[in-house]
Design a protein around this ligand. Structure first.
Ligand SMILES: [Zn+2]
Length: 171
């Protein structure tokens, strides 16, 4: 799928400055539909965006409950399933706790524990993003809700860039 995704600079919410990635105060999070949690402004925007998509016949949801806000313990356990400290020639690498980790063959890359935007409650992995017009709908609409992509290589992964602010028309 050769397509240019808009990748914007992440604006970390001021409300999260004293927080630790993946260990957010639950009072800062809000449940989203159909499952999962996000940092409150991102959650409000998500709900509005999801409704707008639904009006256009497009269903938006995370791939699983932990593919929105992802607690540190979950990020760590998935990371340990996908990466190994044993050297793998040519593998993609991550640094975690001062060591190099190698991505096992055939598995999707993941941010090191403590560094993912999922841990800030500001990212969602979109279920079936390349099917049923979802990506096309997002590209046409998500920026007005404050979302963009983080990496060209991960079309399913979108993140909220308005920090503590809400998009116009969302309360
Ligand atoms: Zn993601």
């Amino acid at each position: 799928m050769a397509r240019d995704l808009p990748v914007r600079q992440f604006r970390k919410p001021v409300g999260l400055i004293k927080q630790e990635n993946g260990r957010l105060d639950p009072a800062l999070l809000r449940a989203i539909k159909p499952f999962g949690h996000l940092y409150k402004p991102a959650a409000a925007s998500w709900q509005a965006m999801k409704q707008a998509a639904k009006k256009d016949g497009v269903i938006l949801k995370p791939t699983s409950a932990f593919d929105a806000y992802r607690p540190y313990t979950i990020q760590r356990s998935v990371f340990m399933q996908r990466y190994t400290a044993e050297h793998i020639e040519g593998a993609s690498v991550r640094t975690f706790e001062g060591r190099l980790y190698y991505l096992k063959r055939g598995l999707a890359p993941l941010a090191s524990p403590g560094t993912s935007n999922h841990g800030w409650g500001c990212a969602v992995d979109i279920w079936g993003v390349t099917a049923e017009g979802r990506l096309e709908w997002l590209l046409a609409n998500y920026e007005r809700f404050g979302w963009s992509h983080e990496l060209q290589s991960e079309p399913w992964h979108i993140r909220y860039n308005l920090g503590d602010d809400l998009p116009l028309g969302v309360v």
